[in-house]
Design a protein around this ligand. Structure first.
Ligand code: UDX
Ligand code: ADP
Length: 467
């Protein structure tokens, strides 16, 4: 079996960075290169100040300080990274297409294709190419075709190794993975490539949890896993709407349902809607794939998970407007949380973006406080919606560095992300500084709403009967 001495990873983002850090930590004998086209990102990964790392993940900075410049290296020379490694991970972003065929549905593979072309152009020895980004089914075969076009007699094996880490718990998920999935070609060289990659994971993952399949199964499993997880959230969110108009309490329902061992307790937390870079994109991919094969009922079935999620975000924003006497025009509203979940600085597809957009549309004066997300990111998220001009967004979105300052003279506070610190705030103090009646809209159901009502707040909670 081929023993890998050097790995390179193209793409130093939320997936590439933490994954390579853990691979390097657990394989001190392997040199791990991480490259990116964005020089600023590389600078941040190399920064002495660990607060500057481009990805915030609990436990990540400790690993970086242990292995960086020992066997983990961040740099910008992609060609050198390709040359040096026997195994290359592609971990670049694959956003939903914003133009042309498949707009709003299919994944944009231009970054992946560029990587494959660069590998084909630059390589001078055989390579194992691993697709790590979340990709639509059949991407591996496109990569393979591009790599085959080079005429230098080199052999390329393509593997699919989907990432199942969740942001905010990435290091824990990598260290204690439920399973590692490796899809490869059913051939001798395919099997050898699979073994070489399995060997790297076997440094810390028990062999029985390393699952090997054909490439199609591996690629489709990733989309399916995310579709199932998102479906559970949309299911409980649909029930939350019903709870709000009846005597049922969504937490009690989720607990009762989740104690059925056939269903299980996880991913049943009602929320303001799921976000993140994966769920929506992967389901859209699945829908696109079903449509491509003429399976319109299967496509509609999965699309409904997204429709439900959009409904939940709109419903939350509209409930805010309705509760505040049907108008929020000129009212200061503070959003606590911009990240799509706690313990991350990532805001891709966060419900906060859509809720802020709707409130701004209603002429509210929106202020945002988040422990980790920077102002530039928030602003860019709004700009990307293309609802209004950059200057308008700049004027309309107010950034706050202190939650208590943020709440001063506000009519309402809305919890969008479940950051732990929100539970520990002095809500009495916040109440005193706000306009009356003072509203709290808890989109994550994390606060003690009875205590808040006693203080004097008007409280609305996802999945609880409206007062
Ligand atoms: C997800 C998958 O979990 C991971 O395996 C895959 O590799 C990438 O996509 P991630 O998007 O990082 O990971 O976070 P996840 O914890 O799955 O949460 C996604 C969204 O669902 C968040 O907005 C979260 O707040 C929301 N969520 C999650 C709920 O609203 N309720 C829940 O019960 C769980
Ligand atoms: P993910 O969540 O999939 O990791 P990110 O956007 O966080 O997504 O990371 C993807 C990274 O890939 C970005 O830092 C981006 O600059 C980088 N990237 C995109 N295209 C290329 C390319 N052709 N070569 C090198 N890096 C690339």
């Amino acid at each position: 079996m081929q023993k890998i001495k050097t790995i390179s990873c193209i793409g130093a983002g939320y997936v590439g960075g933490p994954t390579m850090a853990v691979i390097a930590l657990k394989n001190p004998h392997i040199r791990v290169n991480v490259v990116d086209i964005d020089p600023e990102k590389i600078r941040q990964w190399n920064s002495e100040n660990l607060e500057e790392l481009p990805v915030y993940e609990p436990g990540l900075s400790e690993i970086i300080s242990e292995v960086r410049n020992k066997n983990l290296f961040f740099f910008g020379d992609i060609n050198r990274a390709i040359e040096e490694a026997e195994m290359i991970f592609i971990s670049v972003n694959t956003p939903t297409k914003t133009y042309g065929v498949g707009k709003g549905m299919a994944a944009d593979l231009k970054y992946v294709e560029l990587c494959a072309r660069q590998i084909a152009d630059v390589a001078t020895s055989d390579k194992i190419v691993v697709e790590k980004s979340t990709l639509p089914v059949r991407t591996a075969s496109s990569i393979k075709r591009i790599l085959k076009e080079q005429n230098r007699g080199l052999k390329f094996s393509v593997l699919s190794n989907p990432e199942f880490l969740a942001e905010g718990t990435a290091i824990k998920d990598l260290l204690h993975a439920d399973r590692v999935l490796i899809g490869g070609e059913q051939s001798e060289s395919g099997n050898m490539a699979i073994e070489a990659l399995a060997d790297i994971y076997a440094s810390w993952i028990p062999r029985e949890r390393i699952l090997t399949t054909n490439i199609w199964s591996s690629e489709l499993s990733k989309l399916t896993a995310n579709a199932f997880l998102a479906q559970r959230i949309s299911s409980i969110n649909a029930i939350s709407a019903l709870c709000e108009v009846t005597e049922a309490d969504v937490d009690e329902v989720a607990k009762a349902v989740g104690m059925d061992s056939r269903i299980g307790p996880k991913f049943l937390k009602a929320s303001v809607g799921f976000g993140g870079s994966c769920f929506q994109k992967d389901i859209l991919n699945l829908v696109y794939l079903c449509r491509h094969f003429g399976l319109s009922e299967a496509a509609d079935y999965w699309e409904q998970v997204i429709i439900m999620n959009d409904y939940q975000k709109t419903r939350f924003a509209m409930n805010m407007v309705k509760s505040m006497f049907n108008t929020v025009s000129g009212k200061k509203i503070v959003l606590f949380g911009w990240a799509f979940k706690k313990d991350t600085n990532d805001s891709r597809e966060s419900a906060a973006i859509y809720i802020a957009d709707k409130l701004i549309e209603e002429q509210a004066v929106v202020h945002v406080y988040d422990p980790k997300v920077k102002y530039e990111r928030m602003l860019q998220d709004l700009i990307d919606l293309q609802t209004r001009t950059e200057t308008e967004n700049k004027n309309l979105l107010n950034f706050e560095e202190d939650p208590y300052e943020a709440a001063k003279d506000a009519h309402a506070v809305a919890i969008i992300t479940e950051w732990d610190e929100f539970e520990t705030y002095d809500w009495q103090r916040i109440y005193k500084s706000m306009k009356k009646p003072a509203f709290v809209f808890d989109g994550r159901n994390i606060l003690d709403y009875e205590a808040l009502r006693e203080i004097g707040f008007e409280v609305s909670v996802i999945g609880k009967r409206r007062a």
